[in-house]
Design a protein around this ligand. Structure first.
Ligand SMILES: Cc1cc2nc3c(=O)[nH]c(=O)nc-3n(C[C@H](O)[C@H](O)[C@H](O)COP(=O)(O)OP(=O)(O)OC[C@H]3O[C@@H](n4cnc5c(N)ncnc54)[C@H](O)[C@@H]3O)c2cc1C
Length: 535
């Protein structure tokens, strides 16, 4: 059974390898485990619902607690400590578009707001209102709007209900020899509707595409009506409304179904690994790869600090020592950057792509490592988030953030963001362990993905304050470095204060007008995406 206050299944927490704990203790000090609140205690303290008696809603305290938060670090702090100053008053589970409209009608009658909820994996405060919000809230869970509804095999277009989870989607396509290939790290728990609403990006986005390329059309049910988006392969008929719905984060209405572009399952997939001598040469090699037009599906380039952390997390110190010695002999080190590449397609295409990446890497002094590094990454990619649970249990908070910028500024952005985080808690004498990688390469630039780890404070509010300081410092560094406030996680409430800096006043006014057109009474997910109140 899934944990109510973390990521993995109950009892499935990974162990943090001793090597990684030693690295963390040396970098930022020993962890400070804190006691967790129990589910029973939290449920017992849930206040009465303001929507008791409304039809079609669950007001069960346990249901409300399970839908009270997403997966951001502040969400975790709230859940682990049991301090939940805001909870939805009710949970709705519509099974049809008529049911969705019935929820809107209840919200209208009861003067309540509606928060669409897919898998609840938002890491930016997408499914949680601020404490003290005056209106009752209905969390609209899309789990009953799920499954494959239609498949046009000739066109590769598959229509899925919004609440379909990643594994169920691929399982439904498999008998037809098709694959969507959208694999965000949260794939096991995130939904089609959440991907569309938060504009998500899968790990193999170079090959299979981002959700904004895979989303061919679908339906959005809003308080003001229903928007149908036909799946044209391309269209010059004015601005593309599909692009407007992508990233709308529940502000415009509920995405009830999505028509997705699938492809035949590639016959072969390879995930080779290389090491480059240092970060600056890794950046140049990454840029060349991105501009080469090679048929890659993924390229991930780790900073030396991330490379070291990944090797420590592998938990095989003997092997790591041997690897380091071997790299030294090959002229790589002492601060190597790990490059993981995935190539998917026919045997010939995969071979060609791997050979060409090899020659780019060699030109920059890198070397390929045999063995299982790449396969290990592929096998563990959805298990890694379980480490968040294990690190928390060991007394450490871990969070991630991301941005994207052009190649000419990516080096400075990486330095600025990681520097801001590393020094962000100096005032209280705490250190922060920071590492990052380029996760998605584009011809003109790259995304940057940064992980940071710091110690839990004695009091949950103080831990939250540490997070706030670090998040603010990193967000300001992103803005100063010319990066977008989000490459893939979306805006939610945590990034909303920075959105106007990249959209500008006119852009924000346009988005606000659109939100008003879909949702005249401002009942949909107030505060997410657009920092406006619900009035
Ligand atoms: C461990 C971990 C790893 C992650 N890795 C990635 C990654 O690799 N790439 C990436 O892009 N993201 C990643 N994320 C972020 C998150 O998983 C994505 O944003 C995902 O798309 C959210 O899907 P969800 O179904 O969980 O949506 P939710 O979290 O439930 O909702 C997200 C937002 O969309 C709205 N929404 C949800 N469903 C609908 C709907 N049907 N109609 C209208 N609005 C809706 C919600 O109101 C909210 O604003 C990760 C998160 C975690 C916790």
């Amino acid at each position: 059974m899934r944990r109510w206050n973390g990521w993995g299944a109950i009892g499935a927490a990974e162990r943090v390898p001793d090597e990684a704990l030693r690295l963390l203790a040396a970098a930022i000090g020993p962890g400070r485990p804190r006691p967790d609140a129990t589910f029973e205690d939290v449920v017992a303290a849930v206040p009465a619902s303001r929507l008791d008696g409304e039809s079609g809603l669950s007001t069960e305290p346990a249901d409300r607690v399970r839908h009270a938060r997403g997966q951001s670090l502040p969400d975790w702090i709230a859940l682990r400590s049991g301090r939940l100053p805001w909870l939805p008053d009710a949970v709705a589970r519509p099974a049809s578009e008529d049911d969705v409209m019935a929820v809107f009608a209840v919200a209208q009658r009861a003067d309540a707001v509606v928060i669409p909820y897919g898998g609840g994996t938002s890491v930016v405060g997408g499914v949680t209102l601020a404490a003290g919000d005056p209106l009752p809230a209905i969390t609209l869970a899309t789990e009953a709007l799920a499954g494959l509804q239609d498949l046009d095999e000739e066109s590769g277009l598959a229509t899925f209900g919004a609440g379909t989870l990643g594994p169920d989607l691929e399982a439904a396509l498999q008998p037809h020899g098709l694959i969507l290939g959208h694999f965000p790290q949260s794939w096991e728990r995130a939904t089609v509707g959440g991907w569309v609403a938060a504009r998500s990006v899968g790990q193999q986005s170079i090959g299979f595409g981002r959700i904004d390329e895979l989303f061919a059309g679908g339906r959005l049910v809003a308080p003001a009506g229903t928007l149908e988006m036909p799946p044209f392969p391309a269209s010059a008929a004015g601005p593309d409304l599909r692009q407007l719905i992508l990233g709308s984060e529940g502000r415009f209405g509920v995405v009830t179904e999505a028509i997705l572009r699938t492809v035949p399952r590639p016959p072969r997939e390879a995930v080779p690994a290389w090491f480059l001598p240092d970060w600056s040469r890794a950046l140049v090699a990454a840029r060349e790869m991105a501009r080469s037009g090679l048929p890659l599906s993924m390229a991930r380039v780790s900073t030396p600090a991330e490379t070291e952390s990944l090797l420590a997390l592998g938990g095989r110190p003997g092997r790591v020592r041997a690897l380091r010695a071997w790299l030294r002999v090959r002229g790589v080190g002492p601060e190597p950057s790990l490059l993981l590449v995935a190539a998917s397609g026919t045997e010939k295409l995969v071979e060609l792509a791997v050979r060409e990446v090899g020659s780019i890497v060699r030109r920059h002094g890198g070397t390929r490592v045999g063995g299982s590094l790449g396969r290990q990454w592929l096998g563990n990619r959805f298990r890694t988030p379980n480490l968040r649970d294990a690190l928390w249990d060991a007394g450490y908070a871990i969070d991630t953030l991301e941005s994207a910028v052009d190649w000419s500024r990516i080096g400075a952005l990486a330095k600025g963001v990681q520097g801001a985080l590393a020094t962000g808690l100096e005032a209280e004498g705490e250190r922060v362990h920071v590492f990052g990688h380029l996760s998605h390469l584009y011809p003109s630039g790259s995304s940057l993905y940064v992980t940071y780890v710091f110690r839990l404070a004695d009091d949950p509010d103080a831990t939250r304050e540490r997070w706030r300081r670090l998040k603010t410092a990193a967000s300001e560094a992103i803005v100063a470095g010319g990066g977008t406030i989000s490459h893939q996680h979306g805006v939610g409430r945590d990034h909303a204060p920075y959105l106007a800096l990249e959209k500008g006043p006119l852009g924000m006014a346009v988005l606000d007008d659109v939100a008003r057109r879909f949702d005249p009474d401002r009942r949909m997910n107030p505060g997410a995406l657009l920092e406006m109140d619900a009035s």
